[in-house]
Design a protein around this ligand. Structure first.
Ligand SMILES: C[S@@+](CC[C@H](N)C(=O)[O-])C[C@H]1O[C@@H](n2cnc3c(N)ncnc32)[C@H](O)[C@@H]1O
Length: 228
């Protein structure tokens, strides 16, 4: 009975945000989560630069672009192709792959004000594995911050709740003055996801991001019998 009730509530909730997204011309229901997070935590300012990891189909990038305005920049990254969006640049690639990271660093060409990650792993079905992979993706977003987030910058990540969450929050607390765990109204009430909002980046203290290796260098190295 309570399961049925939960499902009914979740379906109503999905339908509500689905219709609203259609009406307001947003590419995803997820847009409302970021709008609500921004309204509450003040993530964006006009003219800022934003990196959006796991950007497909583009709902968060739309919101980010709206909020940073014409003078702001938004770069989205995803494994999947994203239909063009005015004023936003996209990179198709896997952020866990050095080449994608290198392309992102090249495209940014400096530092950014905000890093977003709504990345989610393909759901394997075994919750502890999905949770671990979600935390792993979040750590890649942290790696992006260590490389290119400005001091005082902000990071928003989605993470599936579980026993590795505390360790992840500890990593964030080493780098950011404030770390908040939050569930926006637009998240399904029964969802296992939460959003972590980290503000006032203090720099990648005592953390040296791993050296990135370009694919052609890897290929050359392998041809000589080396192993990465
Ligand atoms: C929930 S969707 C993002 C929705 C998006 N925020 C929006 O509002 O339209 C999660 C995305 O993360 C992407 N993703 C997962 N792993 C990734 C990775 N390693 N590199 C880049 N993108 C990844 C998936 O392809 C998927 O499109």
């Amino acid at each position: 009975m309570s399961d049925l009730h939960d499902r009914w509530v979740a379906e109503r909730h999905n339908e509500y945000y689905y219709k609203l997204a259609k009406k307001l011309d947003y590419r995803s229901r997820a847009s409302f989560k970021l709008l609500q997070i921004d309204d509450r935590f003040g993530i964006f300012k006009e003219g800022q630069s934003v990196v959006d990891l796991g950007a497909c189909p583009g709902g968060w990038s739309q919101v980010a672009k709206e909020r940073v305005g014409e003078d702001g920049t938004v770069i989205g990254v995803d494994l999947r192709y994203i239909h063009p969006l005015e004023g936003v640049s996209f990179i198709i690639g896997d952020i866990t792959d050095d080449n994608t990271m290198i392309r992102l660093l090249d495209m940014v060409g400096g530092k950014v004000d905000v890093v977003l990650s709504d990345m989610a792993p393909n759901i394997a079905g075994a919750y502890s594995m999905d949770h671990a992979r979600s935390v792993e993706l979040c750590m890649y977003a942290v790696d992006v911050c260590d490389r290119i987030l400005k001091n005082h910058g902000k990071l928003v990540t989605k993470v599936f709740m579980g026993d590795l969450l505390e360790g992840y929050l500890d990593e964030l607390r080493k780098r950011f003055e404030n770390v908040y765990v939050h569930s926006p109204k637009a998240s399904r009430p029964t969802s296992s996801e939460v959003y972590v909002i980290s503000t006032n980046f203090l720099g990648a203290h005592n953390v040296k991001p791993k050296k990135l290796v370009r694919e052609e260098v890897k290929a050359e190295f392998s041809a000589k019998g080396g192993n990465f």
